[in-house]
Design a binder for this molecule. Sequence first.
Ligand code: NAD
Ligand code: ZN
Length: 388
Amino acid sequence: MKAVCWQGTNKVTVESVPDPKIINPRDAVIKITSTAICGSDLHLYDGFIPTMEQGDILGHEFMGEVVEVGSEVKRIKVGDRVVNPFPIACGHCFFCQRDLTSLCDNTNPNAFMAEAIMGYSPSGLFGYSHMLGGYAGGQAEYARVPHADVGLFKIPNELADEQVLFLSDIFPTGYMAAENCDIKAGDIVAIWGCGPVGQFAIRSARMLGAGRVIAIDRIPERLEMAQKGGAEILNFEEVDVGEALKEMTGGRGPDSVMDAVGMEAHGLGLEGFYDKAKQAVRLETDRPHVLRQAIVACRKGGTVSIPGVYGGFVDKIPMGAAMNKALTFKTGQTHVHRYMGRLLERIQNGEIDPSFVITHRLKLEDAPTGYDIFKHKKDNCIKIVLKP
Ligand code: NAD
Ligand code: ZN
């Protein structure tokens, strides 16, 4: 089959690789019909994650048709149309029982690596390097899905791929991040980052009752999409974000703040943890530091929600402000399994059509171009779907 393979920093290629097979009786194999490139893939593309190896298959946002199931798979059948959640969960460990599926204890055989590098391990993740399980990703024609009965989510035929594909990640991610803001009716929520995650966070915050959403970015078409989603917008290259937020909230600050940017804005600090990480360290850029800005802007007693991905350390967090303002912090890889059903209902009710975020539809073969334009925000790119 054809698959998108990581070849090193800023380099992906489409290669012919062996088809995936059932390895474990709880596996399924799916034929992929749609698969997306995520902001999280950019951390791999940027070379921020030290345990990628040449030839690793990328991709964690995918859906398709089940073509083979292992002998212990009961709920999922050949022919089912399914969306795949990006974390891999066993469904019965301490964490899965508490609905914390992205923290599953049983699906990362290389947890020791993640623990050595970052001090902790979430669940195994598709297409996200060896320290997170070394699972082949879904930017490919086929993928093997472990624990198929726990993860794969059946989709009614009347909904198009593009309406449901993002149940795999960015819709639940934006939604959980908004839920983590603990929104009370009428609240003001400020969201840094108008990428795909930020876009879903904006709409989710509105659904959950926010009175006002203020969205921050610098890319005009992303700000425009945010505005269409009901946000007031700030371009951080044009205004002092801290001052503007004060002014817009009568001096008090937003009730909750969200970092939907992650390490892009300030580089990653895995240095010293792992030899290969040295090549991954990027110097702090001249961009404003989102997390610091968000903590300082948040009102007293407010909530800081962090869907943006971090690894290692982030330096100089204003803990004094956080502690003395009695802020609450909530973060994490998204517990996607928890949200798929309830968000499918919102799609079916017509509350949202997630395809609004797609700006590019490309062939799988064009993935190298896709990564380049998505990373560099060329050609007004916001979200790319690849069609194997
Ligand atoms: P993206 O790269 O397309 O979007 C990031 C946006 O942040 C860009 O529009 C960029 O212009 C903006 N930005 C950069 N610096 C900024 C600053 N200083 N202030 C305001 N905006 C700034 O990525 P995405 O797909 O939207 O993902 C966003 C983050 O969410 C990434 O870190 C990604 O890894 C993470 N993510 C987390 C989960 C999860 O489970 N928690 C899941 C998916 C993605
Ligand atoms: Zn993703």
